[in-house]
Design a protein around this ligand. Structure first.
Ligand code: NAP
Length: 261
């Protein structure tokens, strides 16, 4: 898999709870690692250990970073919708012959209500689907996606994002700044307070933001879910920290012994 001694740090591409959990585990094993964040949010939740912040400058920039730091392996633990970073990681690891593992939390396709949701391929489809299902949408698809919903500037829309928007939202939109984890009671209160009748979400998966789905079911509310981008071909994908450690060990990377319980 690699033509170099696997002695440098493991590079964890992060910005997710899974990446922070992996950093925590690597630290407890005293393994060499560093984390990378994109720098999108001003007050990110930081993982333990060394953290670098900001883009690398495409796949070539990441490849240069891997060479400079003698990175032993890369774990792409970015969000399931961070498709550009995942493609760049695959390209950079191919260029530098560095082992790469994708850590992605399972999606919500196995949720008990998944069959009742409207699954779509992109935001434009999501908008059209939501228009046929309700009048007052709750938009939880992320700050960077709001441009796709500009046609709703005349509607009452509830938007939840982690950070303030760069541009003022349309006057009729209500923007809530918050980040998970969320509880069902709080989500029910929010949906009721704003008289929401359709929920839009990406298939982010995991438990941090899943309470809205249970709240929607409790209120009999339709849900529109944007499916995940296709995984990068040829990259090993796992869904747990334990599986990452085992894949790294299999690739000859020293991840240290498990800390005593
Ligand atoms: P993206 O579209 O896939 O990536 C765009 C560019 O951002 C990349 O080309 C890279 O810049 C930089 N980048 C992304 N992740 C990076 C990282 N971990 N370290 C250094 N640079 C990174 O990514 P995105 O969807 O905007 O997500 C940005 C970050 O937010 C990711 O870390 C992701 O895990 C986190 N996040 C995303 C979402 C989401 O819904 N997309 C949700 C929660 C958290 P260069 O080309 O210059 O290297």
């Amino acid at each position: 898999m690699t033509d170099r001694a696997a002695a440098g740090p493991v590079l964890v591409l992060g910005g997710t709870a899974e990446a922070r959990a992996l950093a925590h585990e690597l630290q407890s094993r005293e393994a060499a690692f560093l984390s990378s964040l994109a720098g999108r949010v001003q007050r990110p939740r930081l993982p333990v250990g060394e953290v670098r912040i900001g883009g690398f400058g495409g796949a070539e920039g990441l490849a240069a970073f891997i060479r400079e730091r003698g990175v032993a392996a890369v774990v792409d633990a970015t969000h399931p919708f961070a498709a550009t970073m995942s493609a760049n990681a695959a390209r950079a690891c191919a260029l530098t012959r560095t082992p790469l593992v994708r850590l992605a939390r399972p999606g919500w396709g196995d949720h008990p209500d998944a069959a009742s949701w409207t699954w779509v391929g992109d935001h434009d489809e999501a908008r059209t689907a939501a228009e046929s299902l309700g009048e007052r949408p709750f938009l939880t698809t992320g700050r960077q996606t709001l441009g796709h919903y500009a046609a709703w500037s005349g509607r009452e829309v509830l938007v939840r994002v982690v950070e303030r928007l760069d541009e003022p939202p349309p006057a009729r939109w209500t923007v809530v700044l918050d980040r998970g984890p969320y509880a069902v009671e709080g989500e029910l209160a929010l949906l009721r307070e704003h008289r929401i009748d359709v929920l839009l979400t990406k298939d982010s998966g995991g438990s941090y933001t899943a309470a809205k789905l249970d709240a929607a079911r409790a209120l009999g509310m339709p849900v529109v879910v944007i499916g995940r981008p296709a995984p990068v071909t040829g990259v090993a994908e796992v869904d747990s920290v334990a599986a990452v450690l085992s894949a790294l060990s299999d690739a000859g990377v020293d991840v240290g012994p498990a800390a005593p319980a």
